[in-house]
Design a protein around this ligand. Structure first.
Ligand code: SPV
Ligand code: MG
Length: 669
């Protein structure tokens, strides 16, 4: 698409302001003339071919355009009798460059906001800008609209008319007809009328629709007074605040394009989502907040960058009262809809406006995101993430996974609540659930090779950090190999319990015979494990069974401090009581002496305590150790029974996920 700017005229109503140059070279703001602004907006909109009709101060104008040093391909067409003709004749002079082209045509004295040009360019039919909110001007253009179509344009029409501006987008089918009529007029010597007079003759044959720009700036400058008004309006626009929020850690051309557009609306403030909010909203950010902030701060057009702590815009809207909030139009449905509704509600309280640009779902951007996800799944990226998450959130949660599909549930389940998103931080590969899934008892019967196979299945389809239930860790001589294998695979932590001999599940408590290891033996195992470890990130967590085995609080604490002394990166305290008192007491007493070593709990029995309360008391990892197994298997049992009872599958159907849902749950690469 080419642009045509009509700049031949004298502009005599501007007085001295046009004594040295044509009107379009009049300054309208610091460093900007009417023409330089038009050209930059056209360029931003992707238009690089511009035809300019000249006349008055022809050479000054050409020199000026070239001096702007813009990547624009100019064609200058001189109207040699500019002082005796109207612009209908200038268009006629440029006819050879204009035929069979889609054109954006504007008068050279027109000043408009960038969003006006965006609307014009996005329209699918030929359009002329009109305003349904402006009063009808006495002397300027008005257009008569019939059946949603521009019927007449001129200064003399008042009935069914709207104020309108000489800014058009014209598809070549329409434009060629108008251009031919302009030719006819000029060849008959009718060169002193508006080009719109020719348009009015053939308006039934072409389809120009009104583009209602309402109160957006779109105004011609005819007099010094107009210049004053427009300059003031431009300042107001520049001082508007625009707010956008980004969660991305990979800024691509799509983001730059939307930032550029948004910055044209005023001072653009960017909210960068906090690490915690990004991690709970989509995935762990590859770049931390400070780096993302620095990237956005250095993008041209960004006025300021601040943190947005939640997915909800509430806090920052209250803080900034932005005139505009800008977002892609992809949040009208689905997960973010409630966030959008809240933004609209908050903006409506003070006449703020939401502006939505078309969201680019380009395949190349999806591939970038897929690549980031794939990176998160790589062992070296995944391994250290548990430590980082604990540092960032102070308290993280993990849910049990024992297969690819339970891993996907742990990976993908997200809940939106009060403007915040929640998802699990990590996965727990429970010995109980891994054994149960294989129909075996939880007595270290399932060997390490088989347990590693489970890890592999889960790792293949997920990115979240993994905490491995290492039972007793086995013989120290074997444990060192386990540590290295897990590290290599990208597991973040192993938890080993201070039991020895035939291990039984802790939830049996003292109902079965279980032997606790000696402090000496167990600390030796921890030391050996830490010595064998190759990376800094891997964690060995020592699990204390004293409360399960009713050995008392003192024993639990003595062991905890001894294990930390031996090098344990975290400790896990376990209890099978419903009442959390003994857990709380342990945490309090441990924290009196040790403020930093992470504490892990598995609240299967003491399940009324919320993560928030655990966090306040100083717990750092909360593991939901078996809930997917305990809900999944009864559901399967029920389905099996239902089929047997009815001797067919129909009655079971309501209990089933549809095949379609299953298919979408597991996306193909
Ligand atoms: C497991 O999930 O296998 C555990 C935790 O070790 S518990 O079952 O509570 O002992
Ligand atoms: Mg276990």
């Amino acid at each position: 698409m080419k642009a045509l700017i009509l700049n031949s005229g004298l502009g005599h109503r501007m007085g001295v302001l046009t004594s040295n140059h044509p009107k379009c070279m009049t300054e309208i703001s610091y460093n900007e003339t009417i023409l330089s602004r038009q050209l930059k907006l056209l360029l931003d909109a992707g238009i690089t071919e511009v035809i300019i009709t000249t006349g008055y101060f022809n050479e000054v104008l050409i020199d000026y355009c070239n001096s702007l040093d813009l990547p624009i391909d100019f064609t200058f067409v001189n109207n040699p009798i500019y002082d005796k003709t109207n612009y209908i004749y200038s268009i006629y002079c440029a006819k050879e460059y204009l035929e069979n082209q889609d054109i954006i045509m504007m008068h050279g004295d027109l000043v408009f906001e960038s969003s006006v040009l965006d609307m014009l360019i996005e329209s699918n039919s030929s359009v002329m800008t009109v305003s349904s909110t402006l009063e009808l001007p006495e002397k300027d253009f008005k257009s008569v609209i019939h059946n949603h179509h521009i019927d007449k344009v001129g200064i003399e029409f008042f009935d069914d008319a709207y104020a309108s501006q000489p800014l058009y987008k014209l598809y070549q089918n329409d434009w060629n007809i108008w251009l031919d009529k302009i030719g006819e007029y000029c060849e008959k010597g009718n060169v002193n009328c508006y080009a719109e007079k020719a348009l009015n003759d053939i308006s039934n044959h072409i389809n120009i629709l009104p583009l209602d720009v309402k109160d957006l700036l779109c105004q011609e400058i005819d007099t010094p007074n107009d210049l004053n008004i427009v300059s003031k309006k431009l300042k107001e626009i520049e001082n508007k605040t625009v707010y956008m929020c980004f969660s991305t850690d990979m800024v691509h051309s799509g983001h730059i394009a939307i930032i550029k557009k948004a910055s044209k609306l005023g001072k653009l403030i960017i909210g960068v989502l906090s690490d915690e909010a990004v991690a709970s909203y989509k995935r762990y950010p590859l770049l931390p907040f400070e780096e993302r902030k620095s990237i956005f701060s250095n993008i041209t057009g960004v006025y300021k960058v601040i943190e947005q702590k939640t997915l909800s815009y509430k806090d920052n809207i209250h803080l900034l009262h932005p005139d505009y909030v800008v977002h892609g139009d992809d949040w009208k449905e689905g997960f973010q809809k409630t966030i959008r509704d809240e933004v609209i509600h908050l903006l409506s309280k003070y006449h703020g406006k939401l502006i939505e640009f078309p969201y680019s779902n380009h395949q190349k951007y999806k591939e970038l995101e897929n690549r980031s996800r794939a990176q998160l799944a790589m062992p070296d990226y995944r391994r250290g993430r548990l430590r980082k998450l604990i540092e960032m959130k102070k308290c993280v949660n993990a849910i049990e996974a024992h297969s690819g599909i339970t891993g996907l549930i742990a990976e993908k389940t997200v809940v939106l609540q009060d403007g915040k998103t929640y998802q699990f931080d990590a996965m727990w590969i429970s010995s109980l659930c891994d054994s149960t899934a294989k129909g075996k008892p939880d007595i270290e019967l399932v060997d390490m090779t088989s347990r590693f196979r489970t890890i592999d299945d889960i790792m293949e389809v997920t990115t979240k950090p993994i905490i491995f239930d290492g039972d007793t860790g086995g013989l120290t001589e074997h444990f060192v190999y386990t540590v290295r294998s897990l590290e290599r695979m990208g597991v973040s932590a192993i938890i080993i319990e201070d039991k020895t001999g035939l291990k039984k599940n802790s939830l049996f408590g003292t109902e079965v015979k279980q032997t606790q290891d000696t402090i000496e033996n167990f600390t030796n195992k921890i030391r050996a494990g830490k010595k064998a470890q190759k990376t800094k990130e891997f964690m060995i967590c020592a699990r204390i069974e004293s409360l399960i085995l009713e050995q008392g609080m003192k024993d639990a604490l003595t062991r905890a401090f001894a294990y930390v002394e031996a090098g344990a990166d975290a400790i896990m305290i376990h209890s099978r009581k419903k009442d959390p008192t003994e857990i709380f007491e342990f945490v309090e007493k441990f924290r009196e002496k040790d403020k930093t070593t992470p504490i892990v709990v598995v609240p299967t029995s003491f399940n009324t305590v919320t993560e928030e309360e655990f966090k306040t008391r100083g717990v750092n990892v909360v593991i939901y150790a078996n809930q997917l197994t305990r809900t999944g298997f009864p559901a399967m049992q029920n389905a099996a029974k239902t089929i047997l009872e009815h001797h067919r599958a129909k009655e079971c159907d309501d209990m089933c996920m549809s095949i379609k849902e299953i298919i979408t749950l597991i996306p193909e690469e």
